[in-house]
Design a protein around this ligand. Structure first.
Ligand SMILES: [Cu+2]
Length: 142
């Protein structure tokens, strides 16, 4: 009779243990994950459309060599034209399409808005951009 009781207890214990392991595994990636910032340049393609909240600022940006992806791998980002969310407090006053800007991108994959522009300034007219492919700076073997 004692053995029978043990047989019932073991699956219950295993279940509890599995739950504990799963919880621990899920917690791990949430370790302190400070946002990374990148400074790059780009040309304004299109300003955010006030009629479409979240439409973003379209920029044709230069390569970001040290761009780190969601998995923490330095993959770099090639030059491309893409929309960016602009953080509250960053003014786009006086910015018009075709302007060349330098901007700071803050990337925090845990944040509600993972990628956003946190600083932007207009560069002198005639500033030439270089659209070469990204050269990921640290290629860690995995
Ligand atoms: Cu991009």
């Amino acid at each position: 009779m004692k053995t029978m009781k043990m047989m019932k207890t073991i699956p219950a214990l295993l279940g509890a243990l599995t739950t504990l392991i799963l919880l621990t595994a899920c917690k791990a990636p949430q370790s302190p994950h400070p946002g990374r910032t990148y400074t790059t340049r780009g040309q304004v393609v299109q300003l955010p459309d006030p009629a479409q909240p979240g439409s973003g600022l379209y920029l044709s940006h230069e390569a970001i060599d040290d761009f780190v992806d969601r998995e923490g791998k330095t993959v770099g980002m090639d030059p491309m034209s893409m929309p960016f969310q602009v953080a509250k407090g960053v003014s786009l006053a006086g910015i018009t399409p075709s302007d060349v800007v330098e901007f700071e991108l803050t990337v925090d994959w845990q944040a509600e808005t993972p990628v956003e522009i946190t600083r932007l300034r207009k560069l002198p007219p005639g500033t030439r951009l270089v659209f070469r492919a990204a050269k990921p700076t640290t290629t860690k073997a995995r």
